[in-house]
Design a protein around this ligand. Structure first.
Ligand SMILES: Cc1cc2nc3c(=O)[nH]c(=O)nc-3n(C[C@H](O)[C@H](O)[C@H](O)COP(=O)(O)OP(=O)(O)OC[C@H]3O[C@@H](n4cnc5c(N)ncnc54)[C@H](O)[C@@H]3O)c2cc1C
Length: 456
């Protein structure tokens, strides 16, 4: 592996951020938001646009975009972590369909705001290709398309590709076919987060950086240098929620790690494809995800880093040389033409996983407490939907958004340790075993079938 920098590619290719001062003294506002990732920023953005006189404060422990929002794989997609069938099970068919429609619209909405606010987030709406690279993966691709059809989703939404069409998009090894959806854009996530932070400040939102919230109570946030009183407080802390007193078992922080290559020669790109900057993955169980960046590199990430006992998080867990090496091997196995390509950046971050894998958004009006999160790995556009939904809930607007099935959904709490550690790591291990089983047998994995009810 080439020289591994400790900074993400996104940091190295963003204009430098000017730090904003911390909160210094007590403050009274209408809405106080904890966390300046996409959830907190979209919420502030839509509230400030809807009611310009509203007093809004955002308290961020580090800097805007410090968390997953500034580090992710940059898929702005219509993916939602819970399947339509599972959503319908706790709402109904129409509810599940509305959620899917709202997710598709969110990709357009992000594009719209990026344009209106002049945010140079390298947005390219090329869609997503998911390759099938062994017979078991091809069977899964076919089943996914059939399932989509049963929900009325047509070719314009999600379609099967034969081997030649799939290779035309991405000429990877062992391609037997794949699926394609147009509902995804490749973005530069840190540029989007910082651009949004600038936009909310322009709209009059008070954004305090280096301001950790020590406790969240009804109508009240406590920080080291002041108390913020508000009619409504919004928790937008995703993978970091575990650090807030009383919320340790709400979301499990799972680490996802990422590598970036040097810029590739045009000749190499002619062979590989991704001409419209399509985001890419394959049908394996232990997720991988990639994008062609605006400066012609490949950013490639995946799960597989272990869960840490007690839901511990820390900067040390952003790096795991074994996982980086496995990612590089997986990338070269997928695209053998990259065998001599340098890896210039390696980084990682934590995302938030609820016990039932269902993201949710809600407001407890009586206590003046709102939340959104649990996006697993699908937060880039889901946070946008969360921000618009929180706007409508807080401003008591009766819209279609507040009737979507994820609104007010309460996921069960995770088990206490050591069960949590055993269960989460066994699940991660099972995914890797299932991929190996499918490569060796060419049949859909039995291990995966056992684990599937817990992750769909
Ligand atoms: C490596 C990686 C790759 C991913 N790839 C994709 C992808 O390609 N597509 C996709 O859709 N999703 C992806 N995700 C998930 C996506 O990035 C997240 O779901 C999304 O960014 C969550 O946004 P958020 O604002 O809720 O949380 P975050 O961005 O994590 O923001 C939370 C913020 O809260 C702050 N905070 C926490 N506790 C406190 C406190 N007590 N006081 C004050 N501030 C606090 C943190 O510092 C942080 O800035 C990925 C995630 C990771 C880690």
């Amino acid at each position: 592996m080439g020289r591994a920098l400790n900074r993400s590619l996104w940091e190295d290719t963003s204009p430098p951020a000017v730090p904003r001062p911390p909160l210094d003294g007590d403050l009274d506002v209408d809405v106080a938001i904890v966390g300046a990732g996409f959830t907190g920023l979209w919420t502030a953005y839509y509230l400030a646009r809807a009611e310009p006189g509203l007093r809004i404060a955002v308290c961020e422990a580090e800097a805007a975009g410090f968390g997953a929002s500034g580090r992710n794989g940059g898929w702005c997609s219509a993916l939602f972590p819970k399947s339509s069938a599972s959503l319908a099970a706790f709402s109904n068919r129409d509810g599940a369909l509305s959620q899917h429609r709202a997710m598709r619209e969110s990709v357009h909405e992000v594009a719209q705001v990026v344009g209106e606010e002049g945010i140079d987030a390298h947005f390219a709406r090329g869609g997503t290709i998911s390759l099938a690279r062994n017979p078991a993966q091809l069977a899964r691709a076919r089943a996914e398309v059939e399932e989509a059809r049963s929900w009325g989703r047509d070719d314009d939404d999600f379609r099967l590709l034969d081997a030649a069409d799939a290779r035309e998009v991405l000429d990877a090894s062992s391609v037997l076919g794949g699926t394609y959806t147009p509902d995804c854009a490749a973005i530069h996530p840190l540029r989007l987060a910082r651009g949004l932070a600038d936009a909310v400040v322009r709209l009059g939102v008070q954004l305090f950086e280096q301001t950790p919230v020590l406790s969240i109570g009804p109508g009240r946030l406590v920080t080291p240098d002041g108390v913020v009183r508000a009619d409504t407080v919004v928790r937008a802390t995703e993978g970091y929620t575990v650090t807030i007193p009383g919320l340790q078992r709400r979301l499990v922080p799972i680490y996802s790690l990422v590598i970036a290559t040097e810029p590739l020669d045009p000749g190499l790109w002619d062979r590989i494809g991704l001409r419209r900057r399509e985001t890419f993955t394959d049908q394996r169980h232990l997720l991988i995800y990639g994008q062609r960046t605006a400066d012609d590199r490949i950013v490639f990430g995946g799960r597989g880093a272990p869960y840490h006992f007690g839901s511990r998080i820390g900067p040390g867990f952003d790096r795991d040389e074994r996982v980086f090496a496995r990612l590089r091997d997986a990338l070269v196995e997928l695209l053998p033409a990259l065998a001599g390509t340098r890896i210039t950046h390696t980084w990682g971050g934590c995302l938030g996983v609820p016990r039932d894998w269902c993201a949710s958004v809600g407001l407890d009006r009586g206590r003046g407490q709102a939340w959104a999160g649990g996006y697993v790995g699908d937060g880039v556009s889901t946070t946008n939907l969360a921000g618009r939904t929180l706007r409508d809930l807080i401003l008591e607007r009766d819209t279609d958004l507040v009737r979507l099935p994820w609104v007010g959904h309460h996921s069960p709490r995770w088990e206490p340790e050591p069960l949590r550690w055993l269960g989460v790591n066994a699940g991660l291990r099972a995914m890797a075993v299932a991929d190996l089983e499918e490569r060796l047998t060419s049949r859909p994995s039995r291990v995966a079938r056992l684990v599937a009810p817990f992750v769909s």
